[in-house]
Write a protein that binds this ligand. Structure first.
Ligand SMILES: NC(=O)c1ccc[n+]([C@@H]2O[C@H](COP(=O)([O-])OP(=O)(O)OC[C@H]3O[C@@H](n4cnc5c(N)ncnc54)[C@H](O)[C@@H]3O)[C@@H](O)[C@H]2O)c1
Length: 315
């Protein structure tokens, strides 16, 4: 790999992916395109930004003129940029369509126009909607249940359609379950719980807190992405873990790490208009590549809590 472009590379997942690829592809040039919305911070890339191998472009992915030239002679382009928070999508959904659908389409089409060798789109298990029993395999129909997952599904409907008439091997789509790690904006369950507890504030919990989610380490996610790209896999892959946790169990675990009594800090709030009870990915296809998640969610939590203690001021 000589030249890779990553959108959303200043966000939670994107910054870890940029760092991971920077260390793995030792001679590659990496171009980051990021709008720097509330969740994207250049400081996440501070250890590598000075390198001549990194180029940072502050731009909306919709504004193709700002980075069109950088799509030339690319070995790989990865679209990680997105509006990513479900709650925000209930309040102002149009920006979700602009970035997640129009932005992804503009990005994808221009990658094709410039003959990018591999185009990777990061999607989510939420496109499947809730699944109360069994598991979602890659050929399951989409059934999104909120504006965020609706826009992610819409982008995939467009990008997936190209699989029928261009060289399929150019396209890789990854649907992941919840991802955990440092640098996540305090709006999602884990960083909200940690940052509220650090300020001795109550933790808002949707509904009864019994919804179940699976969690994959952002390091395991980066490894999966690296392997799939390096070995030239194409098409759609579910990536994740199958162990699931109730939201309340995650909160109680973090309370334990910070020596707080959960009964004193949990505040039940009105549920979302609709909240998927359960997602469950079928991981047979990714398992056949030899990839498997290595990290343990609860064992990793103390390190993440520690990071927020030290970096709380960033947000
Ligand atoms: N976090 C998860 O648990 C999870 C799970 C599955 C899939 N995903 C997917 O992974 C991707 C990244 O999620 P995240 O959690 O890192 O989100 P994030 O909100 O932390 O980061 C998003 C990044 O994209 C940038 N961005 C937003 N709009 C942009 C635009 N129009 N142009 C350029 N840059 C823009 C932001 O500045 C930010 O740096 C998303 O596509 C999301 O759907 C996330």
């Amino acid at each position: 790999m000589n030249k890779i472009l990553i959108t959303g590379g200043a966000g939670f997942i994107g910054s870890h992916v940029v760092e991971f690829f920077f260390n793995k592809f030792k001679n590659s040039k990496i171009i980051v395109v990021d709008k720097l919305t509330y969740s994207g911070k250049k400081i996440f890339l501070r250890h590598i930004l000075k390198s001549k191998r990194i180029k940072f472009i502050k731009s909306d992915i919709v504004n193709i003129k700002n980075y069109e030239n950088d799509l030339k002679n690319l070995d790989c382009a990865i679209n990680v940029a997105a509006e990513s928070h479900v709650d925000n999508s209930f309040k102002s959904s149009i920006i979700f369509t602009k970035t997640n659908v129009l932005g992804s389409h503009i990005f994808f089409q221009n990658c094709l126009n410039n003959n990018v060798k591999k185009i990777v789109h990061i999607s989510t298990d939420e496109v499947y909607g809730e699944i109360l029993k069994g598991s979602s395999s890659e050929n399951q129909m989409f059934d999104p249940s909120n504006p965020y997952s609706g826009t992610k599904a819409a982008a995939e409907m467009i990008i997936g359609s190209y699989l029928r008439y261009i060289d399929k091997k150019k396209i890789l789509i990854i649907r992941s379950n919840n991802i955990y790690g440092t640098r996540q904006y305090p709006e999602k369950l884990i960083p909200v719980t940690i940052t509220k507890l650090l300020k001795n504030q109550k933790i808002p919990v949707h509904g009864s807190g019994s919804y179940k989610r699976s969690y994959l380490s952002v390091k395991d996610f980066s490894e999966a992405l690296y392997l799939l790209i390096k070995k030239n896999y194409w098409g759609v892959f579910n990536v994740g873990t199958n162990k699931s946790y109730k939201n309340l169990d995650v909160i109680k675990e973090i309370c334990g790490i910070l020596n707080k009594d959960p009964n004193k800090f949990i505040k039940f709030i009105k549920d979302r208009p609709f909240n998927d009870k359960r997602y469950f990915l079928n991981l047979n296809k990714i398992s056949k590549t030899g990839w498997k998640a290595k990290r343990n969610f609860f064992k990793d939590l103390p390190e993440i809590v520690d990071w927020y203690k030290k970096n709380n001021k960033i947000f």
